[in-house]
Design a protein around this ligand. Sequence first.
Ligand SMILES: CC(C)(COP(=O)(O)OP(=O)(O)OC[C@H]1O[C@@H](n2cnc3c(N)ncnc32)[C@H](O)[C@@H]1OP(=O)(O)O)[C@@H](O)C(=O)NCCC(=O)NCCS
Length: 151
Amino acid sequence: MGGMSLPIIRSALPADEAAWRGLWRGYCDFYGASLGDAVTDRTWKRILDPDSAIMCVVAEVDGQVYGFANCVVHENTWETQPVCYLEDLFVLPSARGHGIGKALIEWLRNAMRAEGWARLYWMTREDNASVRKLYDQFAQADGFVRYVIKR
Ligand SMILES: CC(C)(COP(=O)(O)OP(=O)(O)OC[C@H]1O[C@@H](n2cnc3c(N)ncnc32)[C@H](O)[C@@H]1OP(=O)(O)O)[C@@H](O)C(=O)NCCC(=O)NCCS
């Protein structure tokens, strides 16, 4: 994978299903999560549905998809425009370190400007130092801490 060409970043298409599902499995494994098929099926369906708030962009190199960013564009109480939550970011382990993750975030930052979203935001584990090295190139972490109540 030495001299990898620059990735093409684009919205996910129906033909990306097998690649997306393979990457999604890797992403769930990374988090030690075992999601039911109903969840994965629904998420993929929502990604393709233009009326859904869920969207996905993929990174393609030489016709193969190596990474994705799943996002939710939603209303908020602080601005009149919607905001974009980058919920899932994943690059195939063998393709990491070639700028694909960075290209996905850069694409979303451009989309934010083009679409008029008030902001693009995401969360990460505080101790995830290697990934934060990438994120720190875009913005400073704002110090908010997440609380979660589980059902
Ligand atoms: C996070 C992730 C998407 C980054 O993808 P990537 O294509 O490897 O990222 P890039 O090649 O664009 O990296 C950009 C920078 O971050 C650094 N970086 C990113 N991931 C790194 C890692 N795992 N180890 C060391 N450095 C890393 C690179 O050194 C690079 O720095 P540079 O621009 O100064 O050279 C990928 O590592 C991944 O899928 N990780 C597992 C899932 C995950 O953690 N998702 C995010 C959860 S919040």
